[in-house]
Structure formats: C-alpha cells, structure tokens
Design a protein around this ligand. Structure first.
Ligand SMILES: *Cc1c(COP(=O)(O)O)cnc(C)c1O
Length: 574
C-alpha cells in the first residue's frame, strides 16, 4: 500500500467529526477563503488539531481563489484570478467519486492538506476538485472560483461540497459520528445522508422518511452565520430539478427546505439536532428569524497562537508559558511588567509602519495614535462612518490620528467598491493632516500586521448585522482595545473604559432607526475627543491597564480553544 494509503488507513481507525465549510483559511497562501467565515473555519481546525480532537474537514479547492485585488489611481477596485499551485501545499488522493449534475456524471477528486499542531495533534483537510480530464470544460470549472459565477454555479458547487463530500469521506473509509455544517452552503449533505443511511422503501416514502429524518438529525450539527433573510442561499425548484435532479422526491424536499425555493438554511434547520448562532445576540436574532426551532449560541473565537504577533508571543512565552494551548492563562496577564507590554506593542507598531512604508511609501509615526479598520468592504460595515462630519473629524484628529484600512469588496458589490473609493478620496482631502493608507489585498498575513500594530481597533457595523465579528478578538490578543458598535461578540466582551469603548446605544435597542449613522458618529467623535485621545496621550499608565484587560478579559475568553471545548460538550457529544 502507498504511504498515503497507509496514512489514511490510520486516520479512519477512529470515528470522526466531519466539518464542512465552503471556504477554509488554512494558510495565508492557500487562497480558498474570502473572509471571516473561512478564517473562522481555519481557526476551528487549528484549535481542533491542538486539542487533538478527532476532526476531519471538507471544503472546495477553488483553484482561482477568491480574487486578487487591484485598486487604480482613482480608488476603484478591479479583480483578477489568483494563481496558485495546489501541488505546492497538498497531495492529490487516489480516490474519486461521482455526483450527478444536469444529468451528467461529474467526477470529483480530493487533495489532502494536513494541519499539524505542535501538540502532536493533526487535522486532515480534504479539498474537493472537479478539474479532471474526465469532466467537460464547464464541469472542470465548478471548483474554480469562490463565490464567483451565478446561482446555477453556486448550486453546482454546493452539490460537490455536500453530496460529493459525504461520498468522498465514505469512499475513503471514514466513519463519521457528526457532520458539522459551517453555514448553510454545505446542507445538501443531509440529502445524501437521507439516501445513504436509511434507504426509503419505494411506496411509503413519507412515512419512512419521518423516521429517517431522526437518524439524520442525530448526526448533524449546524452553525448559522447570517442574521438577514437575504443572506441565505435559495434556489427555485425548476433550477434544482434541472441541475441536481431528484435526489429525494421533490414534494419531500419542499417539505424540508421550503415550498417555493430550496432554502439551504431551512434544510439544515430541519435535519439538524443541534443548531447554533455565533454570538449570544446572533443566537437570539436567529431564533426570532426561525421561530419553532431551538437555536443555541456558541460565541466565536480566534486561534490564539495564529493571531498573536511575534512580539507578544515572546512576551507570553516568558511570562505565561503554555498560553498557546491554554489561553485561560491570560488571566495572569498582570504578571507582565508595564514597560515590557508597551515595548512589545511598539515592536508590533513599528513592524506595521515599515510594512506601510514598503507597500505605499507613506510615512507613519510610531508616536501618533493609530486606528485600524480592516474587513470585507460592504455597506453595512460603514467603513466611512468616521468621515461623516469631515470638518469635525479633521479638527479632532489633525496631527493626532493616523488610519490604516484594508479589505476587499465582492466583485459584484458596487456599494462596497464605492466605500473603498470614498476612503481614497478622504485620504486626498486630509493629506498633511491625518495620514490614511488603504492596504491592498487584505489577507491573513496583513490582518495580523494590522490588528497587532495599531493602538485601537475600530468596528462600526449597522446593528444587528454583525453576527459575531472576529478581527476585534485578534486585536485583543495583542493588547489592542476595541472601539466598536455594540453588536456581535463585542456585546459580550465590552466593559466601558475597562476593556475598550462602545459606539452608539446599548444593544437592547433592537433595530436602529434611520438616524443610526448620525447617532453613532456623534458618539464616536465625542469619545475619541473627550476620552480616548486624552487617555492615549496623557495617561499611559491607565492605557496599559486597559491593554492588560483586553488580554486578560477578552483574549482569555474569545479564542477557538474555548469555542471548540463548547462544541465538543454541547454539540458533538450528545
Ligand atoms: C479575521 C479576518 C476577517 C474577519 O474579520 P471580521 O472582523 O470578522 O469582519 C476577514 N478577512 C481576513 C483576511 C481576516 O483575517
């Protein structure tokens, strides 16, 4: 038997949790992720490996990645395909499975990437790929682009991920004890399970399926990430019939996934025992969107070791040995001397400043208060809220503030592209007064540089649209405080003036009014001017206390080690 065969045989000895995600950020240079969802999936896997959990992951290869971002002189984003070579990172496996798409047999193969932990644990990640000579040119393209193409393209990808993924694990000999769907994209896997494990008897479909559903439900865990109805994948049934065919009878499918459209979230809700949102508030929002289903909440985290800069790693190694596999040790952050904490911060800040100089030529000062804002460029995140009253912002910040931005807009998100362009315009308008840079091609490496190298992390989503948010958690691992709207995780992490600062009203006001921008920016300006800037420039001691709190109260809790332990005890072992 080949080495890879032996290795797989070893892997299949133990029953596994199979984690399915449309995107996974396993490595900065494997561009099969677009943002928060994929980075969370990567962090989930890294923690599972550290904790030696019996987990395997399934995703798509997306050979053209998400996209590479160019921004022209006028601040307008254009895109081109990312070129990368899977063979440089992973191994193709000697297994092929077939899925039916538009009545054709489409062959799927898998590549293996292993996430290896220093603890000796590891998690295999299977990247599904249709780029095989046996397939037509169009079918070879199914696993090319992440979130590219039209609805039909998306449905084809979801067939490969859900149905192809289950078949692949089966072909490799895995015995799976739970299927964890990270967002609804993977929920077609439930149909394969209905068919695979409990074959229905021809003439008593419905009766038999009631019983079937229970077995499938017991096997499935579903994490929903989207707090708006429009964000859930939906396909008209004529399209489903044409592309997917009758995997189960259409009337049964309508019963499970919605009368008018195949709604992947509904399908997952109906065939899952344990459903959760990704922060307490998001759990409640999801519960009100889907009455009749029990929706729990497990708040997201980040992988502590991945999201801590070299400067803070050295500090934690010295004062909190063992922290990376036991982030609870952050509770003892008070052991770190103030000047060492500050020096580590300045190390990370200077590192970011040299990166900015190298990429943009801009000269940032290590002595000026620096705000970071980096995430997907899309309207609800309101990247330009800071500039709502330009004169006021200029008065508050002239000579006292520097700003670092990054983030890609989805190629079809015109409003997101407009946001990037607005920031380019403000950069011109404020030249010589407030230094602003927009770093291109936001990815995991750039994210670590920014979250660790700024003084404050800003987040201004329109409530309740930020399901959780994770970049702010990365910041706290580097002693960087959050200054954010009370939505998602920050509702749980925020203690005013202690771990950071809130922007706008308390979270119990459910839906913001039309004046949300005005109210939020008013609060933002007032706190910046009256509280945050004076504290930064005049009370270094108090500032460092707050940095400690960010680590000891926020990083202590908002990490994927804690999150995975909760998934194990509340979702996987039941
Ligand atoms: C962490 C991360 C995100 C997610 O940031 P949010 O604050 O949750 O929006 C997106 N993209 C990259 C590259 C990241 O590293």
């Amino acid at each position: 038997m080949s080495a890879i065969g032996t290795a797989l045989l070893e892997l299949t000895k133990e029953t596994k949790i199979a984690y399915f995600s449309m995107e996974i950020g396993v490595h900065n240079d494997i561009p099969t992720y677009s943002g928060g969802l994929g980075v969370l999936a990567g962090d989930t896997i890294r923690s599972a490996a550290d904790l030696r959990l019996p987990l395997v992951a399934v995703t798509l290869l997306t050979k053209k990645g998400y996209f590479t971002q160019d921004i022209d002189g006028a601040g307008w984003q254009t895109e081109h395909a990312t070129v990368w070579d899977p063979a440089a990172y992973m191994q193709v496996l000697p297994y092929q499975v077939i899925v039916q798409i538009e009545g054709r047999d489409v062959v799927v193969q898998a590549w293996l990437y292993t996430v290896q932990s220093l603890t000796g644990g590891s998690v295999p990640v299977f990247f599904l790929d249709t780029d095989l000579p046996a397939n037509s040119a169009a079918d070879r393209d199914i696993t090319s682009s992440l979130y590219g193409g039209d609805q039909v393209y998306r449905l084809k990808q979801e067939i490969v991920l859900g149905i192809g993924g289950v078949r692949m694990l089966h072909a490799m000999g895995f015995e799976v004890r739970k299927y964890h769907m990270n967002e609804g994209h993977a929920s077609l896997l439930t149909l394969e399970l209905l068919n695979r494990f409990k074959k229905p008897i021809e003439d008593v479909w419905d009766e038999k399926l009631v019983w079937d559903r229970k077995s499938v439900k017991d096997l499935c865990v579903f994490t929903t990430h989207t707090p708006v109805e429009a964000g859930h994948d939906k396909f008209p049934y004529d399209m489903v019939a044409k592309v997917m065919g009758e995997v189960i009878p259409i009337s049964t499918l309508q019963d499970l996934a919605g009368k008018d459209y195949l709604n992947l979230t509904m399908l997952a809700l109906n065939l899952t025992r344990y459903v959760n949102g990704v922060a307490k508030k998001h759990g409640q929002v999801s519960q009100s969107m889907f009455p009749g289903y029990e929706i729990h909440a497990i708040t997201n985290g980040v992988h502590s070791f991945t999201w801590t800069s070299e400067y803070f790693k050295a500090l934690y190694d010295e004062y909190l040995p063992g922290w990376a596999n036991e982030p609870e040790l952050f509770v003892r952050v008070g052991r770190i001397p103030d000047e060492k904490l500050w020096d580590a911060h300045m190390g990370a800040k200077n590192h970011l400043i040299s990166y900015i100089r190298e990429k943009t030529g801009a000269e940032f000062s290590p002595d000026i208060f620096t705000i970071g804002f980096a995430r997907r460029a899309t309207a609800y995140k309101r990247a330009d809220l800071l500039f709502r009253d330009l004169e006021r912002f200029e008065r508050i910040g002239s000579g006292k503030i520097q700003l670092v931005y990054a983030g890609k807009a989805h190629p079809k998100d015109e409003a997101g592209k407009k946001l990037i362009q607005n920031i380019y315009n403000y950069q011109e308008r404020l030249k010589g007064k407030i230094n602003i840079v927009y770093l291109k091609n936001y990815n995991m490496d750039i994210s670590l540089k920014i979250v660790s190298g700024v003084d404050v992390w800003l987040n201004t989503p329109l409530r309740p649209l930020e399901a959780s948010g994770t970049s702010g958690m990365k910041a706290t691992h580097n002693g960087v405080m959050n200054f954010s709207v009370l939505d998602g995780w920050w509702i749980e992490g925020h203690i005013e003036g202690y771990t950071g600062w809130a922007i706008g009203p308390p979270p119990h006001e459910l839906t913001p009014g039309a004046d949300a921008d005005a109210r939020d920016s008013e609060d933002l300006y007032c706190k910046l001017e009256d509280t945050i800037l004076p504290l930064y420039y005049n009370s270094r001691h108090t500032w460092i206390r707050m940095m400690q709190n960010a680590i000891g109260k926020n990083a202590y809790y908002f990490n994927t080690h804690r999150m995975m332990r909760r998934y194990v005890t509340e979702a996987y072992i039941r």
